[in-house]
Design a protein around this ligand. Structure first.
Ligand code: ADP
Length: 183
């Protein structure tokens, strides 16, 4: 069973690569950003709360996100495996995820770390133009990524297999670089 986390800054291409990987390996793809955006469209309590936070570029509280991921990973449709996209984003989330993995006996976790420089990321996000992709919000999200999310990688070093992949280039080529390590 494939147990994967895709990791990297906003705009590096996690969502795009995650979809391709999940499709090719026939595993479940959990994008916490997408789960939140679906909740926003459906105007659920979670969605209404999350919308303001997401539009500001801030992070949705850890306890909410941890609950969402715990439910997703406990679902029966992950028999063949899963790919987490957008989680964990804080050390607290990473620590809770370790507990969840222990409980569910997921102990072959592989982290796909996608890398690109800030200039490329800002360029792409401005082109994407989602409601949380304004210049100001992008700068704020990158700051949060550096301060709160990127330390997770050092925390994982030695515990999980980390595959580092260049996120700049042709989408299919990046994808085959990732899959080479997984099959
Ligand atoms: P990107 O990685 O391109 O910024 P995402 O779709 O992963 O886009 O996330 C969009 C927004 O959803 C984030 O800026 C944040 O507000 C919220 N979000 C997604 N995942 C998490 C998480 N694990 N913890 C807190 N907030 C999250």
């Amino acid at each position: 069973m494939k147990q994967l986390i895709i990791f990297g800054p906003p705009g590096v291409g996690k969502g795009t690569q995650a979809e391709l990987i999940a499709e090719k390996l026939n595993i479940a793809h959990f994008s916490t950003g997408q789960i939140l955006r679906d909740a926003v469209s459906n105007k659920t309590d979670l969605g209404n709360k999350a919308k303001v936070i997401m539009d500001s570029g801030a992070l949705v509280p850890d306890d909410i996100m941890i609950g969402i991921v715990k439910d997703a990973l406990s679902s029966p449709d992950i028999k063949t495996g899963f790919l987490l996209d957008g989680f964990p984003r804080t050390l607290k989330q990473a620590e809770s995820l370790e507990t969840i993995f222990d409980e569910l006996q997921f102990n072959n976790v592989i982290v796909i770390s996608l890398v690109a420089d800030d200039d490329e990321i800002v360029k792409r996000l401005l082109l994407r133009g989602r409601s949380d992709d304004t210049e100001e919000t992008i700068k704020f999200r990158l700051k949060i990524y550096k301060e709160q999310t990127s330390p997770i990688l050092a925390h994982y070093d030695g515990n999980y297999t980390i595959i580092e992949i260049n996120g700049i280039g042709d989408i299919e080529e990046i994808n085959s670089n990732i899959l080479k390590h997984l099959i």
